[in-house]
Design a protein around this ligand. Structure first.
Ligand SMILES: Nc1ncnc2c1ncn2[C@@H]1O[C@H](COP(=O)(O)OP(=O)(O)OP(=O)(O)O)[C@@H](O)[C@H]1O
Ligand SMILES: [Mg+2]
Length: 241
């Protein structure tokens, strides 16, 4: 069965701490000195307009980009926690194999066929287990990418718009799994543009604008009284440039 593992935390230490995070790519400063102390377990939502730097931030948290600065999860370095992380990318990358083989390839030692079946059933892909993964629809590929990530029993789950192209029923399936993981103590960092979804899932919100954090606050505060001008404009549906 799907059996999420909690991230061991200590009340005195942020679950996620980011210090002076800076990312330069091709001579452009794309993340500009991010500072973050996130004490909330559960789901931290990252919001911001297209191009704000959300995907780059998430990839940096996963150690995939040459960002400067420090990242710690519950007092441990990124390197120490890297093997406890799983990420679902904005555009899922699946192997040229069947759905089931994609799961088997990601399976940690000791994972059972029953676990794989259970997860595929959870995301309603059990009937497609023998089909080539790359022939799944966009939404099905996203569901498979999440099932594959959950199979590794991550303590930290990084999700980059995992429901962007899903129908409402599929969104509910994914949200239930994310909530289940968060309730079990998995730290979830989630990028979404969907305000309804954000209200349902988020405990706190990090708002990014042009590579900077303009606001980090509880979800309650963010949606009722955002403080930064950029967040106010975003929530009002104004185009931010
Ligand atoms: N390798 C790169 N070199 C230069 N600029 C880059 C590079 N990769 C990304 N960018 C730029 O960095 C900015 C932030 O990109 P990012 O993908 O993080 O945006 P995002 O907030 O995830 O947006 P979206 O909501 O559209 O997914 C964009 O303007 C993008 O063009
Ligand atoms: Mg993105």
């Amino acid at each position: 069965m799907f059996n999420p593992q909690p991230l061991a935390t200590n009340l005195n230490e942020p679950v996620l701490a980011v210090r002076s995070l800076r990312l330069l790519l091709n001579g452009q400063e794309l993340l500009r000195g991010l500072e973050l102390n996130c004490y909330e377990s559960g789901v931290t939502l990252v919001m911001g307009a297209n191009g704000a730097g959300k995907s780059l931030f998430l990839r940096s948290l996963h150690g995939l980009l040459p960002a400067e600065g420090e990242i710690e999860f519950a007092g441990r370095s990124l390197q120490q926690t890297r093997s406890e992380q799983a990420m679902v990318f904005q555009k899922p990358t699946l192997l040229r194999r069947t759905v089931e083989q994609n799961m088997l390839f990601a399976a940690p030692e000791g994972a059972t066929a029953a676990q794989i079946e259970a997860l595929l059933s959870e995301v309603h892909l059990y009937e497609k287990a023998k089909q080539p993964a790359r022939r799944l629809s966009g939404g099905e590929q996203q569901r498979l990418a999440l099932a594959r990530a959950l199979l590794t029993q991550p303590k930290i789950l990084l999700l980059d718009e995992p429901t962007a192209s899903l129908d409402p029923g599929s969104v509910l399936i994914i949200e239930r799994l994310i909530q289940q993981a968060a309730d079990a103590g998995v730290k979830v960092i989630f990028v979404s543009h969907d305000i309804g979804q954000a209200k349902r899932l988020a405990s706190d919100v990090v708002f990014l604008h042009q590579g900077k954090i303009t606001e980090h606050t509880s979800a309650q505060n963010f949606f009722h009284q955002p403080v930064s001008r950029e967040a106010q404009a975003y929530l009002a549906g104004e185009l931010l440039i």
